[in-house]
Design a binder for this molecule. Structure first.
Ligand SMILES: O=C(O)CCC(=O)C(=O)O
Ligand SMILES: [Fe+2]
Length: 354
């Protein structure tokens, strides 16, 4: 095992899976939160409890699962089936919808996380199209570009299923955004204005079986950049989250029909570090392919990301200087990090030393 994969996929020793003691034996796991309360008439006391619980897990883990979330399971199943049918096609068919430097949406099979190639293929589509994005990452370049999704011919219902699925998941994303805002002591709709021309996209991940799962990762360790991520994973497993207190990797066991929510960088900055963005990664295996579907809830390109004014004062100074979301997005879409041997942009670059 191991000799049969290209060097580009091989992780540095300290980042390979299973190099630490087995945390699967530990009793702790990310919390599961029941959202059924949101489907019935308001009950202020119970809502208060739910908001408190969400606030606690967003501080302690930055990751949780939700059940009774309101996304119809048949919509998810249709999406899972269409994704599998798309990936089952020969590579040359998938390459017909390949992403390029102008348009980051479509198919891609050589993504790198921290300069090491991920053992996966992806298909991305914007929720709202056409989307307006900066033409380049250069801060002095004001030019904008209008981009639309690329849609494959097969399966024939692919486009319609993608639209239906992402509309449902977006509703869940807004619900969670509202709960997280309440947990910060803000009105439920405080952050909604940042999403009027949102750049949210859904990613269909496919992780083929890997001949060297001890050397490669499906996705290398990373933090999600947006506001929140709403992720569906199949029954295979492989997602791991790094515990805030000590960095230990914890597997997130698949729960049928649940969604995993994670706090992204924008949320951490808006909350001025009150909330936590956790590092996570995906381990692969030699037998089973795996599918997952993250929805990245991304603000509009013109939004400046900075700690919310309501949450800073003389005693709690802003920990970050403002950055433009569109430029951050454009910079992350560069495909040449591996060639340049530099890491992609991180929020630490905007951290202020108070
Ligand atoms: O496949 C997964 O479970 C997670 C994927 C992920 O973290 C990502 O695409 O950002
Ligand atoms: Fe992620």
């Amino acid at each position: 095992m191991g000799e049969s994969i290209e060097p580009a996929f091989i992780q540095a020793l300290e980042h390979r899976p299973n190099t630490q003691e087995d945390t699967a034996q530990l009793p702790e796991t990310i919390p599961t939160i029941d959202l059924s309360l949101l489907n019935s008439p308001a009950e202020p006391l119970r809502l208060e409890g739910l908001v408190k619980e969400i606030g606690r897990v967003c501080k302690e883990w930055g990751f949780f699962q939700v059940v009774n979330h309101g996304v119809p399971s048949e919509v998810r199943q249709r999406m899972e089936k269409a994704a599998k049918e798309f990936y089952d096609q020969p590579l040359e068919e998938k390459m017909k919808v390949k992403r390029d430097a102008e348009n980051p949406m479509g198919y891609h099979d050589s993504e790198h996380t921290k300069n090491v190639r991920d053992w996966k293929e992806v298909f991305d589509f914007f929720s709202k199209e056409p989307a307006v994005i900066p033409a380049s990452e250069n801060p002095d370049d004001q030019e904008l570009r209008t981009v639309s999704n690329r849609w494959p011919q097969y399966p024939p219902e692919f486009r319609e299923v993608c639209k239906e699925y992402s509309a449902e998941v977006e509703k869940l994303a807004y619900k969670v955004l509202g709960l997280v805002s309440l947990s910060l002591g803000l009105p439920a709709d405080r952050l909604n204005e940042y999403f009027n021309h949102q750049l949210s996209f859904t990613r269909l991940n496919h992780y083929p079986p890997c001949p060297a799962p001890d050397l490669a990762l499906g996705v290398g360790r990373h933090k999600d950049a947006g506001a929140i991520t709403v992720l569906a994973q199949d029954e295979v497993g492989g997602l791991e989250v790094s515990r805030k207190s000590d960095g230990k990797w914890f597997p997130i066991k698949p729960t049928p029909d649940a969604y995993i929510i994670n706090i992204g960088n924008c949320m951490q900055v808006w909350s001025n570090d009150e909330l936590w963005t956790a590092e996570h990664r995906v381990v692969v295996n030699s037998e089973k392919e795996r599918f997952s579907m993250p929805f990245f809830f991304f603000p509009s390109h013109y939004v400046g990301i900075k700690p919310l004014e309501e949450l800073v004062n003389n005693h709690n100074c802003p920990n970050y200087k403002e950055y433009n979301w569109g430029k951050f997005f454009a910079s992350r879409n560069r495909s040449d990090y591996s060639k340049r041997q530099i890491e992609n942009i991180q929020i630490d670059q905007f951290k202020l030393s108070n």
